[in-house]
Each structure stands twice: as structure tokens, then as C-alpha cells.
Design a binder for this molecule. Sequence first.
Ligand code: RAT
Ligand code: ZN
Length: 423
Amino acid sequence: MVTSTALPTSLSPAELPAVVEEELGATPFIDIHTHLFMPSLGNLGLWGIDELLTYHYLEAELFRSNEITPAEYWQLSKRAQADLIWRTLFVENAPVSESTRGVVAVLHAFGLPTDASDLGKAREFFQAQSPEAHIRNVFKLAGISEVVMTNDPLDPLEAPLWKKGAAPDRQFQPVLRLDRILNRWAEHWQALVAEGYSVNADATGKSVDEIRRFLADWCGRMAPVYMACSLPDTFQFPESSIRGRLIAEAVLPACREFGVPLSLMIGVRYQVNPAIRLAGDAVGRADLRALEHLAVTYPDNRFLVSLLSRENQHELCVYSRKFRNLMPFGCWWFLNNPSIVEEITRERLEMLGASFIPQHSDARVLEQVIYKWRNTRRTLAPILTRAYQTLTEDGRGVSRAEVRRDVHRLFRTNFEQFAGARH
Ligand code: RAT
Ligand code: ZN
């Protein structure tokens, strides 16, 4: 006789939408890549209405709808820049783009007017907040338990704070960001020399050992949850460049030694329009054979991977099916729009089940996590619901506990386990 173990009650197709929404709402997410800073890093952390409005995603949109030149814009005070962006993108136009709608959602979340002709009320509100309580409130509204920072050991403002012993904060996990070292060695090797590391312009001789000593010192100081680098669309590996050698001989061994993954964010075409500064980067399709080579050659390294080009997304899913040391994460930067997030997330779910990390916020201004995570939950709910409904139609129901398990995996434990994080 066949005995069957009773599974918890399956949900009907009609019950699924509400349950998925509830579970997404009730699960505190880990935001695995942001540009936010813990309070002990002083004034590095950005927050408030003027910062929200001068986000580089919005600056790019300003120059399409206002005659001002970038040179004139950069002459203005931050407050005047924010006023101009508000007037141009929120008063003289309806704020329908993803980034403008985000500011509206943040104002609305705090009960502030969303259609005011000026920023008076909003400025008053943000000025009245005390930072630590405000952070707690924002995390609660965003439904996140912690964020992962981006910490650059060669940033002249940030590095001294770490050296003085910035107090760690469970809500803000550190990441050792390596862009200056790996992408712009020529401009930065002397900063290492100034700190007592014997490196040279060609990164030859003792340089590699010394960079490993530098990385070890910073791992000791920061205890990062991973190391990270953004890379151009032209990224190749192996490569006989300084970057290629430093990745192979310094960074990957250091990641193995300290038991942390390396995050590769590939596909930036840096500064195609330098006049608009941070908004001046574009996107290009990358050659993922570089990733294949890394995954095959370094099975003892783990790679978190986010790709900027929409055209690379399917390939990343295929490679992730081949190599368990690859973890796709997020819909990065120009991809973080509902139409594209939907396409990428459905593809990942269909090809990888729940073994990926659907999103990170990339927030640069504290309150952005409110709208970015709200949007993610809203886009994800129908995708997950549809997946469970189709499964039910095909003969296998799912319970609330299973929905919860998947949501936890996608937005918490995949990261915790892959990063070997100290949770
Ligand atoms: O999305 C962004 O804000 C970009 O400017 C970059 O910061 C990117 O996310 C990165 O981490 O390099
Ligand atoms: Zn980023």
C-alpha cells in the first residue's frame, strides 16, 4: 500500500495573490548592494529631500527636460539644484519616470505633499528628524533588516574614519570595494605607497604580495561580507593587464583566505558623457566567457554577479546552471524598471528556481530604499503568484509555508549562505 505523508494545505489559485503579497510584505529583506553608510561613518551617508532630488538618475532626466547646461547646473548650490529638478520634473511635468515616481512615493510614505509648488514642507520635515531614529523608521517602511554598504579603502574621506575605528553596526554590513585599485591603478598606486606598501606603477616585483597585505589589513579593519568591483563591458579574463594579474594573484587568493565572495558588476561604459558626472556612464554588452573562465578556473571562489546589459541576462542564467559558484543578483541601474525587472526575474525563476537574488536597491540616499523595495515587492508579487498558479494547474499545490520559504531564500538566505555572512 502506498502511504503518503500529508503536506500542509495547498492554497487555491484564488488564495495565492494575497498570500504571496503578505509573505513578501512580512519578510525583512537584506539589501545586498547600496551606497548607504552607517552613522559612525559621519557625514558620508546622504539623506533628505535635497539629496533625493539631486540623485544622478534624476540629473540625467533634468538635462532632457530643461535647457540648463551641465556647466551651469554644477555652479548652483545643492538646494538650488533640488529646486530646479523639482520644478522641471515634478511641477512642469508629471513625474511618470521610475526615478521621479520614486521621490513621490517617498514623500507620500511620510505623509508629505506630493504636488506642492515648492519644497518648504518637505525640507522642514527632514530637518526635524534625528538620524538614528530616522534610519530605524526608514528601514521599517522599506521592509529591510540590513543593508550592505560600498566601502572604498582609498576614498580620502572614508578611509581615515575606518582607521580611527568606526564603530560597526549590524544594520550596515561593510564591503571592500576595489574599483580604484583594479580599474585605475595608474592613478592610485601612489596612495598605497604613501600608506607604507611597497608597490610600483607596473604592479610588478613585491607589488602583488603588498596588495595582498593591503587587502588583509582592510579585511581586518572592516570585516567585509564580500569584495566588489564594477567592470567595463570590455572586461576580459584572463588578461595580461594589471587588472587581470591583480584579480588572479591578489584579489581571488584574498577572497579565499578570508572566505568571502567577489562581486563582479560588469557592463559599464564609463563616462561616455563626463559633463554630467555620475550620470555620464552608459551600458555595453559584455563577453561572458570571462565569467566562464573565472568560474571554471577558481572553483574555490564564489562570485556574486550583476550585469548591466539586458542582452547578457539569459547567458548569465545559463552559466549559473553550469557553475554553482556563480550567484546572479539584482537588476542593476538602467535595468531597475518594472518592465525589465519583470522580464529578467521571470527568466531567472524559470531557469534557476529560487537559487538567485532577485534585487538590490543600489540606494545612494537613505530614503530611496522605501520606494525601491516597494517597487520590487509590487513587481515580484504577480511573478511569484503566476509561477505558483501554473504549478498548481500542473498538479502540485503549494502551501503558505512553502511561499514563505521561497521568499526567505530569495531575499535573505541565498545571500547569507553564499556570503558565509556572520548572521
Ligand atoms: O547605480 C548607481 O548608482 C551607479 O552609479 C553605480 O554606483 C553602480 O551601482 C556601482 O556600484 O558602481
Ligand atoms: Zn552601486
